[in-house]
Design a binder for this molecule. Structure first.
Ligand SMILES: Cc1cc2nc3c(=O)[nH]c(=O)nc-3n(C[C@H](O)[C@H](O)[C@H](O)COP(=O)(O)OP(=O)(O)OC[C@H]3O[C@@H](n4cnc5c(N)ncnc54)[C@H](O)[C@@H]3O)c2cc1C
Length: 456
């Protein structure tokens, strides 16, 4: 039997395609990377179907690329060596929400929007950490790339919120990880050998996640936004340090844009929340006092009259960027999220302006502070999708941003294949070999998303 017939036997004829029109969509993403070939798309509905597809691929040595929402923009879900795209969207059950232990056990096709509305309807006192990405992106895809959400400044990056998972290994075994491997409750990741790390940050090269337990957090009744701005770029790192010293934040991001003129400042956007109104008043006063009293604080201005439409955009979950990046008009948007140490943010800010100007773009920034320890620094570039020269300029700007990131001692986040190679080139050689050994152990035939974290 040919591969197509065998796949039909596993998932039925409606959930597999090798039709060129349908494969076209899977051969590219919304970012600036060059399209690549796909041979089949398969949409499994059950763990057993995933397992059977993986066993077939392993036997026939066909590459498999797992796909959630497909919105990393760095073509992580576009196969490098053809083969099967395993589109997980049909596995979209929210299996359990445990109120008291505050976790949700979900399948990999559950979107951010679906989990958010489920919680709003059935568990209004709980929330999960929602990225600024379009609501169709998956909770699992985001956690696996170490993404962040609207409460990450308070609780950490989203992969830290993973309690455990179920994974189909490249050789077909179905494996539970975290407390779910020992107990019926998926409430914690340890105390056990920390195996989730074998699947987080690997871009689908070590297995297919078929369930994931994600921590949920209290949802406060009140939220408010405060904005402060400065024109002194050298004060940014110190300002972030001071704001995060207070430990009173829900969300904290920095924005700036050269046009329109009124946005051409460094804005600190601080979201505070509380269960009682008094908490909000208290926190507001404390932040105003902080900016009055810390050494450089005098150079920040409090925005007394933030326009209501902006206030709404900042308070929305997800807030700003998903609205700003308008794919429907055919415009392109790309960014490299550099994970930077706080003390390098001021320097990166200046370098990012230089790169934008070099390629004739308006500099536009959204950076999220992650706990008090690092910053997701967004080197953002918008481009005309119909203009190949413009796209090429964007690729160059992205490459330079990645170079700057590494030069500053930062980390490239969710980087495309070339950016992963840049990271590997700088990595301790013994660590590179360790990655290679782990990968070989889990995926002896190299079928999982080959090309990513590839080591010769
Ligand atoms: C406008 C805009 C704003 C954004 N803002 C944010 C933000 O604030 N925070 C943030 O974190 N991100 C942001 N992003 C980046 C990205 O969209 C999100 O991180 C998104 O959640 C990624 O999820 P996904 O479902 O699209 O993942 P995908 O792109 O589908 O997958 C990501 C990686 O995980 C692998 N994978 C997916 N599912 C599985 C599985 N079941 N098993 C094994 N491997 C799997 C894939 O192979 C791929 O390597 C933004 C993107 C855009 C376009």
């Amino acid at each position: 039997m040919d591969i197509s017939s065998q796949l039909i036997e596993i998932v039925g004829k409606d959930r597999i395609s090798n039709n060129p029109e349908e494969l076209f969509i899977y051969s590219r993403d919304s970012g600036a990377q060059v399209p690549r070939q796909v041979d089949y798309v398969v949409m499994p509905k059950t763990v057993q179907e995933v397992r059977r597809v993986v066993l077939l691929a392993n036997q026939e040595k066909i590459p498999i690329t797992p796909l959630g929402g497909g919105f990393t923009l760095s073509a992580l879900v576009v196969p490098n060596q053809g083969g099967i795209v395993l589109d997980m969207k049909k596995m979209d059950r929210i299996i359990e929400v445990n109120e008291i232990n505050r976790y949700a056990l979900i399948e990999p096709g559950v979107s951010q929007g679906a989990l958010q509305s489920h919680l709003k309807k059935h568990h209004p006192h709980l929330q999960h950490s929602t990225p600024e990405a379009p609501p169709t992106v998956t909770v699992v895809g985001n956690a696996l790339i170490q993404g962040h959400g609207h409460i990450s400044p308070r609780y950490g990056v989203n992969s830290d919120m993973v309690n455990g998972m179920e994974v189909v290994l490249p050789t077909g075994e179905v494996c539970k990880i975290g407390s779910g491997s020992v107990s019926p409750s998926w409430f914690t990741r340890g105390p056990l050998p920390d195996l989730p790390g074998l699947f987080i940050g690997w871009f689908g090269t070590t297995g297919v996640v078929t369930k994931l337990s994600m921590k949920l957090f209290p949802k406060p009744a009140y939220r408010e936004v405060m904005a402060f701005y400065t024109d002194d770029i050298d004060l940014i790192s110190e300002g972030i340090f001071e704001v995060t010293q207070l430990d009173l934040l829900e969300d904290f991001f920095l924005i700036s844009q050269e046009k329109p003129d009124w946005m051409d400042h460094v804005f600190f956007i601080i979201i505070i929340s509380g269960h009682f109104e008094e908490e909000i008043e208290f926190k507001k006063n404390v932040f105003k006092r902080l900016f009055r009293e810390f050494k450089g604080g005098g150079k920040f201005t409090f925005v007394e009259d933030l326009h209501p439409s902006l206030e709404k955009r900042f308070l929305d979950v997800p807030p700003l960027a998903a609205l700003a990046a308008d794919f429907r008009k055919g415009g392109g948007f790309e960014y490299t999220g550099a994970i930077l140490p706080i003390d390098k943010v001021s320097e990166a800010w200046k370098k990012g302006i230089e790169i934008s100007h070099k390629y004739g773009m308006v500099c536009s920034y959204v950076h999220q502070v992650l706990l008090g320890h690092s910053v997701m620094f967004g080197f953002n570039y918008s481009f005309n999708r119909a203009d190949e020269e413009d796209i090429e300029k964007t690729r160059k700007a992205l490459e330079e941003s990645n170079q700057v990131t590494l030069d500053l001692g930062g980390m490239i986040w969710k980087g495309e294949v070339d950016a992963q190679q840049m990271t590997l080139e700088r990595m301790d050689p013994n660590t590179v070999q360790l990655i290679k050994r782990v990968k070989k152990l889990l995926d002896p035939n190299g079928i999982m998303n080959p090309g990513n974290w590839e080591i010769d």
